[in-house]
Design a protein. Sequence first.
Length: 191
Amino acid sequence: MTTAHYKYTKTEIDKIVKTMKIVIDTRENRNEHIRDYLTQKKVSFINRKLDTGDYSAMIPKNIELGIMRDIYLDACLERKNGIDEITGNLQKDTETAFENELRRSKDKPFVLVVEDSKGYEKILLGKYRSKYEPRALLGRLKAFEARYNFSIVYLDKKYMGNYIYHHFLYHAKEYLKTGIGVDFDEGSQCE
């Protein structure tokens, strides 16, 4: 859908992004630390089925602020709880689902966040349950990053809520400045 894009002032952008809601996939579990962060910071969130990623964001319709309909950002974030979950996703029976998700996200701003600040080090040292050789695992992940145009971030679990919020906050601000990075059709955003 092509639409004319209004240029918002900094003050308007600041007001609008305060209404942003984080969208959490209904199948996302064991994320109390993220929900607690969002609640503590008074960041609204909703549960909704997402076909790509575990988290996304939307700006709700607000006629007073010039938002005539809900705006869904096309940015997606996938969360993994550690290296073992990633290596589990690379097993033959689940690899197809994992790679299919990467394919679906290829043309969207997509990031994979691993809740382990030492995750990269663990890959290099082979400190995970899988029998993957460290060099092969690193090569596989880096090939996926290049092929599907995404990044992997290794982050301590305690910063996850903060990371999710700020990731989408700045995507929303950039959209409001430039008009890039949004799907107006409800069914086409990260779903």
